[in-house]
Design a protein around this ligand. Sequence first.
Ligand SMILES: Cc1cc2nc3c(=O)[nH]c(=O)nc-3n(C[C@H](O)[C@H](O)[C@H](O)COP(=O)(O)OP(=O)(O)OC[C@H]3O[C@@H](n4cnc5c(N)ncnc54)[C@H](O)[C@@H]3O)c2cc1C
Length: 381
Amino acid sequence: MANWDVIVIGLGGAGSAAAYHLAARGCRVLGLDQHQRIHTFGSSHGKTRIIRQAYFEHPSYVPLLRRGYELWNELEQAADDHLFHRTGLVEWGPKDGVVIPGVLRSAAEHGLAIEELSVAEVARRWPGLAVPESHSLGQWQAVIEKDAGYLRVEACVEAHLRLAEQASATLQHERPVRHWRATPHGVEVATDDGVEHAERLVIAGGPWSGQLLSGLGIRLSVLRKYQYWYAPQQTGYDQRDGFPCFFHETPAGYFYGFPSIGRDGLKVARHSGGTPVEIPTSPHPTDGADQSLIEDYLKAFLPGVGDHLQAQSGCYYTMTPDEHFIVDVHPDQPRVAIVAGLSGHGFKFTSVLGEIACQLALDGGTTLDTSLLRIERLRRA
Ligand SMILES: Cc1cc2nc3c(=O)[nH]c(=O)nc-3n(C[C@H](O)[C@H](O)[C@H](O)COP(=O)(O)OP(=O)(O)OC[C@H]3O[C@@H](n4cnc5c(N)ncnc54)[C@H](O)[C@@H]3O)c2cc1C
């Protein structure tokens, strides 16, 4: 006899949201996490995450983001916390690159409000952004998405956890799951303190998903990434001065960042690159080569920031082979829903992924179109 309706393995970005939606639907929910509440060992820490809708990665994500925006709004109301800061986002890169054509395609297909402008105009609007000579030549372009900005990542996870508990979910941290299996009547989840039984299971293990899904036949590769906070040496980079979030396709790769926020400073990171790791462990060693690339980037494009590093933090991307998420029912176990392989761009979706995971676990399907994210595409590949 199952003592839980649903067990959620992993209470990070996606799992906290799944636990919340399941509990809100009246399920008896047990959430399990191997680490303490809000930790720095996985993928959902470091103060901020960019959120945007004109999605260069694929237009199919836009309807999910539209629902995600509604859910972030509802979460802010329910949690009484300002989670989503609409600073706007400047994206720039080559006209024939990946980012600009992708943004324009998603915006056109879904009627999203964006502003197109030259990179020289961007630099006039925000003097803290410099444009190297080569960028003014007409082959570079910028796009501004006003209804974009950042989420306070830990506060979002905490809001989902707290509201899940208020809806009667039982959340247990520092209780690792050793393995799970389906039985004829449900699922069994084994921990060091005994076996838990449930009708259904949600797996949201972030960078540890490969171990939890070893039978799936899909390779998830984990990359160690870094985020850096600098104390700007000149004015004009502060959120209060209207400095936006930014995402930049350059010949040296993708870089992104946030305005300077209070005493935290300006956060900047590299979206491309990263060091493959077999098993996610902490603490993260420092990476001088990565930091040099960041400081070269700042020197070229945000020269007034300088190189006064205040803090840095390691974090993991969990990559699928095509860099699209895995959001599906387990192909061999219909009682098991999976949210994994968020490939370094998943946090902004976690509100809607929680709702989808809940529907997949309870209803066996979802009201949103997740065909791009089905497991089958990767098993065929
Ligand atoms: C540096 C960096 C910057 C990023 N920037 C952005 C951004 O700007 N915008 C954006 O949208 N996305 C961004 N991302 C990606 C985004 O943060 C991740 O896709 C998202 O946070 C992943 O959430 P998750 O729930 O899959 O993983 P996590 O939040 O890591 O949660 C997984 C949880 O599962 C638990 N767990 C795993 N195995 C077990 C087990 N066996 N037993 C019990 N518990 C277990 C872990 O302890 C962990 O708490 C960034 C990621 C990084 C690293």
